[in-house]
Design a protein around this ligand. Sequence first.
Ligand code: BT5
Length: 256
Amino acid sequence: MKLCDYRREGWDIRYLERVDSTNTALLEAGRQGAPAGLVYVADEQTAGRGRLTRRWSAPPGTCLLLSLLFRPPEPFTYYAPRLTMLCGMAMADAVETVSGIAVQLKWPNDLIITHAEEWRKVAGMLSEIGSGANIPPFLVVGIGLNVNVPFELLADLAPNATSLLVEGRKPVERAALLDAFLARVETYRAALWSGDDVLLLWRERLAWMGRAVHIQTPTGDVTGIAEDVDETGALWLRLSDGSRQSFSVGDVSLRV
Ligand code: BT5
């Protein structure tokens, strides 16, 4: 099935041929009062965004570029990070189910494919909190997954980018991935609503726990053993002097 024709009950899926950023557009829709369950899916983004003002690049027509609108119940600070985490797990499950390719979650918001000590980024997530006059805060979770990006275009995206096409040596249908993803979001979200703490599942699936890692942060770089993630999703490292330090933003890589 073509991506533009894909629908699923319980979700209002809007296909956009071209948009600046699905996150930017959905944040605006959320401010205007759009209900939870609205999903923007784009074939092309002209100003795709990563975290910390970075860019997200994707060759038109080759990737899954989408954003989901959530209006979590109170307490927002409990549900919002967990909805982001469950979207990451749902996308990892979807990739494994549809393509058979094993993916791992890399703190805080990447999907990676590992080959021994090497890793490559296949997807990134950007989770943003929206607000507007007289409305409670809401959540927009955006995901960019490199699906059918050919090898020769990967270097334009990032030095360590990969795609499902390159990893599995065959194209993968984007509508099938989206369908599997939303099905898994529904399952994890039902578990969350019924009181299961999806943070525990997420923590178990994170790559490199117990390993020596290097984290680049806006205030400097630190090396340590990745020991844990806490209630807020922050990463705790054990440093060489035995002390522990937590990080809520940063880019982690395996220390080599
Ligand atoms: C992310 O940021 O990984 C979040 C990416 C979220 C993208 C989705 S697409 C749908 C929705 N709408 C948006 O506007 N955004 C979301 P971060 O961890 O900051 O990583 C950004 C870095 O990843 C860039 O600086 C590049 O080095 C690299 N990069 C850019 N495009 C890439 C790609 N397609 N594949 C792999 N790496 C990429």
